[in-house]
Design a protein around this ligand. Structure first.
Ligand SMILES: Nc1nc2c(ncn2[C@@H]2O[C@H](COP(=O)(O)OP(=O)(O)OP(=O)(O)O)[C@@H](O)[C@H]2O)c(=O)[nH]1
Ligand SMILES: [Zn+2]
Length: 256
């Protein structure tokens, strides 16, 4: 079934990697020490296919690690740079950096070219416009004739390989990301949930990720999250997202 054929409201099928047999090559370009609010990290820049430059922010000595704490973070200019509350990316990135720096070893790999789940920033903005007319994040991509999720993790796997990381504890709520890394030869020893505070606008997006993309997001139905006001102009006070079990009667999935 092609992604364009995803029926509205239905679960998106898992996507096999475009490169099931190996990792896209990357080339190490440069590195430098980067002091951050969470501690000192080493930033390594890589060149990948198509002229894309990825970044790895590394804490401590990871070479030879079989269970390094790792985040593969997809670029999101609106969330990561500008603090958009339409998604949880910015808060997830900050939390991942904090966790890796606190642990003292590990890496946050920042994957450029993943913007908008691979469709690019302009197309993501078009998708946002469609979402403001009622489509959810999956159907908006489909309506544009674009993949629901066009990301490939070959370069990410190659970067881990270059760093000498043989196995990871992966910071993610996305089981497809775990499977994709495994297909690229990275042993995923564990999946570590990465839950960010929810806001009125991101709650709808997160519920779609859970219901249609299989993301493992416990706690979305906790009273704090469910009670968060939604829509433009709503309070931007975060509702803490926890791993508490959901109540028996979950609110309807997002459809404005
Ligand atoms: N096309 C599209 N992309 C989005 C939208 N919201 C966020 N993104 C992009 O989605 C990417 C992040 O993917 P997510 O599905 O939020 O999370 P994930 O990385 O798969 O999973 P986690 O590891 O749990 O964070 C970033 O590149 C964002 O730019 C949206 O509504 N439409
Ligand atoms: Zn985002």
């Amino acid at each position: 079934m092609s992604e364009a054929a995803v029926a509205p409201g239905s679960r998106v099928p898992s996507r096999p990697s475009a490169h099931p047999d190996g990792c896209a090559g990357v080339r190490r370009l440069a590195q430098a020490r980067i002091p951050t609010a969470h501690g000192e990290l080493r930033c390594v820049a890589y060149a990948a296919a198509g002229g894309v430059e990825h970044l790895a922010f590394v804490a401590g000595e990871v070479s030879g690690a079989a269970d390094a704490l790792v985040r593969l973070h997809s670029e999101c200019a609106t969330g990561d740079l500008m603090g958009s509350l339409r998604c949880d990316c910015g808060a997830q990135l900050d939390e991942a950096l904090r966790r890796v720096a606190t642990e003292g070893t590990g890496a946050v790999v920042y994957l450029r070219g993943h913007e908008g789940r691979g469709i690019g920033i302009a197309a993501k903005l078009r998708a946002y416009q469609l979402q403001d007319t009622g489509l959810d994040t999956v159907d908006a991509n489909v309506a544009l004739g674009l993949p629901v999720d066009g990301r490939d993790y070959g370069a990410g796997a190659a970067i881990l390989h270059d760093l000498g990381i043989t196995g990871v504890r992966l910071l993610t709520n996305n089981p497809d990301k775990v499977a994709a890394l495994a297909r690229h030869g990275v042993r995923v020893a564990d999946r570590v949930p990465l839950l960010a505070p929810t806001h009125g606008e991101s709650l709808r997006y997160l519920r779609t990720k859970r219901s249609r993309m299989g993301h493992l997001l416990d706690g979305l139905d906790s009273p704090a999250a469910a009670g968060t006001p939604t829509g433009p102009g709503s309070s931007d006070q975060p509702a803490t997202m926890t791993t508490a079990s959901a109540p028996a009667t979950a609110p309807a999935e997002e459809r404005p």
